[in-house]
Design a protein around this ligand. Sequence first.
Ligand code: 5GP
Ligand code: ZN
Length: 113
Amino acid sequence: MCVFCKIVNGEIPAKVVYEDDKVMAFHDINPQAPVHILVIPKEHIPTVNDLEEKHKELIGHIFMVIKEIAKEMGIAESGYRVLVNCNRDGGQEIYHLHFHLLGGAPLGPMVCR
Ligand code: 5GP
Ligand code: ZN
């Protein structure tokens, strides 16, 4: 079972900030910004490449959750970045789809290298 599935089923602890029947959000263990939350579907979907038509509503729901968390964290107005890495060149480390929510300070330009 992957690390994030273990967080979903409670085998590994996490600082959870949001949970419902389909989605979970928790603080990244190695934050890259003052606010760094990971928002994940509870379903084990490895990468963006594995998304199917049936996931359209789930992905829309995840963005609504991201919006609410940003507001709760007080970064909605100052701004934030939502990031998804895919596969090797995207720098994906955990192969369970997750959305990084980063903010709380100016993040600088998008950096590719
Ligand atoms: P990726 O590179 O796959 O897009 O990002 C994986 C993220 O998961 C990294 O930012 C990493 O710090 C975070 N991470 C890895 N293992 C754990 C863990 O056990 N708990 C939490 N909360 N975050 C983790
Ligand atoms: Zn998983």
